[in-house]
Design a binder for this molecule. Structure first.
Ligand SMILES: [Zn+2]
Length: 670
């Protein structure tokens, strides 16, 4: 599925590596680049200023050096060993190394390629050229450096590198000059037959901010929306954290299915840019990486905090913007993901050092995002916001780790956050807790909360349900069994533990409301066709194939009462037939709000054993066929209502929270 691929190929490039605090001044690179994508020809002059005695140079295959000067004097071109050249410079410098080089770049890979786009060579094509950082298209000093790039392209092409646009001209050729004054690990260059759209934003006390789209002509209508949303995100995070640290932000269309974020720009596949959720979520996520990731650099050794903080302040924050329900659904989704990870495969956040988004790190992202939520819950919104701004001011264009975050939030809140960060960053796993005992008498609620395994120190939200209202109270919990006494003047009928999922914890997956994805992605799923009609069977089978990842085991409608194992089950049929099969299986009938409206209804249930079922019920064959394209994309829903291919309504069933009913006849003994 597109979304999953997108997550896999999303990567952060151009991030600096560790530099010593007392290191010599960062190298500076001046590049003069002439690129002709039609013949894939690169001709370049580089002037590299370094403060070191030696320099190792390596150019990409296809590129070769033609002239070399060190400190103004010509040098005989050294012989490369394994593509590398060691230069003796004589003394600590500064030295100026001028290199003329060029050659032919690689062609674009097969455009249908959908794999992980890692370690790409510099590539050129009239449809789009991409010369990635660290791929040997410029002499790399091996430590972070600042740069200035003069770029020349054929007149029908436009191109850019991260940084401020210093000047630009069109004529017989396109020329542009870019300046990047902060040390950076590498330079990404992008070019293509782009149409540029631009919006300039005045910033008090700062240079003008230039927001641009580099889009293909056939997608120019998307530009205005992207410019407006980028401006909105840039303003939002400048306000929340500190001024945007660059003078430009560009959204660049790629001929490849990329999803890269670099300082001051994002490079997204042309098809990706057309997806409706990109502007609403991924764009803001990439904008925010200019602060977290490309503004403050993660200290990779001690764990990558930048994805979690970015997820919390972008993806999750946009759910909070919409409604409390949406935010709760997002948190529930995190815990659902965690529940699906075997305990043995869980690892601490400190071990999450990946630079790339990937399925294996999803839990790392979620746990990290939940850490920031729990932290904000604990120290309050003002101190949390102050901590973020402190962290930004202290570590802008430097490496920083979890310990630096801890210090910033501790200083902002005046709290000792050692134990909090230690248990959430360094410990693998997650708390497992339950209400072991509960009783109310004479205006006092007494409960005992039990933890499995080595206990955590937690602030646990509890919902007290009384005859007239419901109220959230927080309890400090730290032992294997913690007794909590809470004043509660009104008789408490029930207590719910973390009913809004604000705590990173491991819960039984059977307690989560069933969603379609549980059936869609199951390694083994059963398929039950409710109708015998051949035309219906053909349509239902085709639909099942588009919904299920696995090849389903086909079950006979009349033998359905003897379903094997615990495999999820997909039931497809006409309205009356589906209702009949449900009754025969002893499953709950069609939910009332899904009766009689729309041409098709889809919903999930979970039986007593925890097995999820997905039902697809349609008015006729045409209504069934209409679901084929859309329905596979709604795996996160519990139910949907369709009119032909259009979704009329959708939702997630309410969660079954951990609820303990209190004995109301007598005060029970805790
Ligand atoms: Zn990210």
């Amino acid at each position: 599925m597109m979304i999953r691929l997108f997550v896999i190929v999303f990567a952060l490039l151009g991030l600096p590596v560790a530099a010593l605090a007392d290191a010599p001044p960062a190298p500076h690179l001046e590049l003069d680049i002439d690129l002709d994508p039609a013949i894939r020809q690169l001709t370049a002059t580089a002037v590299l200023t370094v403060h070191s005695d030696t320099l190792e140079l390596a150019l990409a295959p296809g590129l070769s050096m033609t002239r070399l000067h060190v400190d103004g004097r010509p040098r005989v071109l050294p012989t490369a060993i394994d593509g590398r050249v060691d230069l003796k410079l004589g003394g600590p410098g500064p030295h100026h190394i001028q290199l003329n080089y060029g050659g032919q770049l690689a062609p674009l890979p097969d455009l249908d390629h959908r794999g992980v786009l890692a370690r790409l060579p510099p590539m050129a094509d009239v449809r789009g050229s991409y010369l990635p950082a660290g791929s040997g298209w410029y002499p790399d000093p091996g430590v972070p450096f600042s740069y200035r790039v003069h770029l020349r392209l054929p007149a029908d092409q436009k191109g850019l590198v991260p940084g401020r646009l210093v000047q630009e001209s069109e004529g017989e050729s396109y020329r542009a000059e870019f300046d990047f004054p902060h040390p950076i690990e590498g330079i990404d260059l992008m070019a293509g037959p782009y149409v540029i759209a631009e919006r300039l934003v005045q910033r008090p006390g700062q240079r003008m901010l230039r927001i641009r789209t580099y889009f293909y002509a056939d997608m120019a209508d998307l530009a205005e929306g992207y410019l407006a949303d980028s401006a909105r995100y840039l303003a939002r995070y400048s306000e929340a954290i500190g001024p945007y640290p660059f003078d430009a932000f560009s959204i660049v269309a790629s001929p490849l299915p990329t999803g890269f974020g670099m300082p001051s720009l994002t490079y997204l596949g042309r098809d990706v840019l057309r997806l409706p959720f990109i502007r609403a979520t991924s764009l803001g996520h990439e904008v925010l990486h200019n602060w977290w990731g490309n503004g403050v650099w993660p200290d990779w050794e001690s764990g990558n905090w930048s994805e979690g903080l970015t997820t919390f302040m972008a993806d999750y924050a946009y759910q909070e913007d919409q409604s409390a329900e949406m935010a709760q659904a997002a948190r529930l989704g995190w815990l659902r993901d965690l529940a699906a990870v075997p305990e043995a495969e869980d690892s601490p956040l400190a071990a999450f050092t990946a630079r790339h988004h990937g399925l294996s790190s999803i839990v790392g992202y979620n746990k990290s995002a939940m850490l920031f939520l729990m932290l904000r819950d604990a120290i309050g919104e003002p101190a949390f916001g102050q901590g973020l701004r402190l962290f930004w001011q202290r570590h802008r264009f430097q490496h920083a780790g979890w310990a630096d975050l801890q210090r910033a939030f501790a200083d902002a809140s005046g709290r000792d956050l050692h134990a909090f960060f230690r248990q959430w960053v360094e410990r693998a796993g997650a708390p497992q807790l339950r209400v072991a005992e509960a009783g109310w008498s004479d205006g006092t609620l007494r409960i005992a909360i039990a933890q499995r395994g080595t206990p955590y120190a937690l602030r646990v939200p509890l919902r007290l349900v009384t005859p007239n209202r419901q109220e959230i109270r927080w309890a400090e919990v730290e032992g294997v069994l913690t007794r909590v006494v809470l004043p509660a003047p009104e008789r408490v009928l029930a207590v719910e533990l973390d009913p809004e999922y604000r705590l990173w914890r491991r819960a039984e997956s059977a307690t989560f409301p069933p969603i379609l994805r549980e059936v869609f992605v199951a390694p083994h799923a059963g398929l039950l066709l409710a109708d015998a009609d051949p035309e219906l069977q053909t349509a239902a089978t085709a639909l099942a194939e588009s919904l299920l990842d696995s090849r389903p085991e086909r079950l006979r409608a009349d033998g359905a009462s003897a379903l094997p194992g615990k495999s999820p089950l997909l039931l497809i049929g006409l309205t009356a037939s589906v209702d009949r099969v449900l009754a025969r299986l002893g499953l709950p009938p069609r939910p009332a709000h899904l009766a009689g409206t729309g041409s098709a209804q889809v919903w999930t249930v979970r039986d007593q054993a925890g097995r999820p079922y997905a039902m697809v019920s349609a008015r006729d064959v045409t209504s069934l066929q209409a679901l084929q394209r859309g329905l596979p994309h709604y795996g996160k829903q519990s139910w949907l209502m369709f009119e032909a291919a259009r979704v009329l309504d959708k939702g997630i069933w309410p969660a079954r929270v951990e609820r303990v009913e209190l004995d109301t006849n007598a005060a029970s003994q805790p």
